[in-house]
Ligand binder design. Structure first.
Ligand code: FES
Length: 105
C-alpha cells in the first residue's frame, strides 16, 4: 500500500508498506519523525496527529468517539485531523496522501 507524507516545508516522503499497518507505523518504519506516537498506538497521546487529504477523508473513515476525544489534545486541529495510529492501511487506501503538522505538541 502506497502512502505519501507531505511535510510543512513542501518536501515529501513516499513509502510502500504492507497492508494492515497503520499510518503511524508506516511513518515510524520509514523515518518520518514528525510522528512521535508516544503511546505506541494506544490512543492515549495525540502525538501521531496528521491531516488526511480532503479527497481521502471519505475512504479513511470518521474518527471513533475515543479518537475524537483524544484529538482535543492535538495542536492546530482541523476538520481533516486524524490520529494516524487509528488509520489502518487497507488496500482501498492505496495512494493515501497525508499532510504532517508543523509540530506535535
Ligand atoms: Fe498515541 Fe496515536 S500513537 S494516540
Amino acid at each position: 500500500v502506497k502512502v505519501r507524507f507531505l511535510r510543512p516545508d513542501g518536501s515529501e516522503e513516499a513509502c510502500d508498506v504492507a497492508a494492515g499497518l497503520t499510518v503511524m507505523e508506516a511513518a515510524l518504519n520509514n523515518g518520518v519523525d514528525e510522528i512521535i506516537a508516544d503511546c505506541g498506538g494506544a490512543l492515549s497521546c495525540a502525538t501521531c496527529h496528521v491531516y488526511v487529504d480532503e479527497a481521502w477523508m471519505g475512504r479513511a473513515g470518521a474518527p471513533s468517539e475515543a479518537e475524537e476525544e483524544m484529538l482535543e489534545f492535538a495542536l492546530d486541529r482541523r476538520p481533516t485531523s486524524r490520529l494516524s495510529c487509528q488509520i489502518k492501511l487497507v488496500e482501498g487506501l492505496d495512494g493515501l496522501s497525508i499532510t504532517l503538522p508543523e509540530r506535535q505538541q
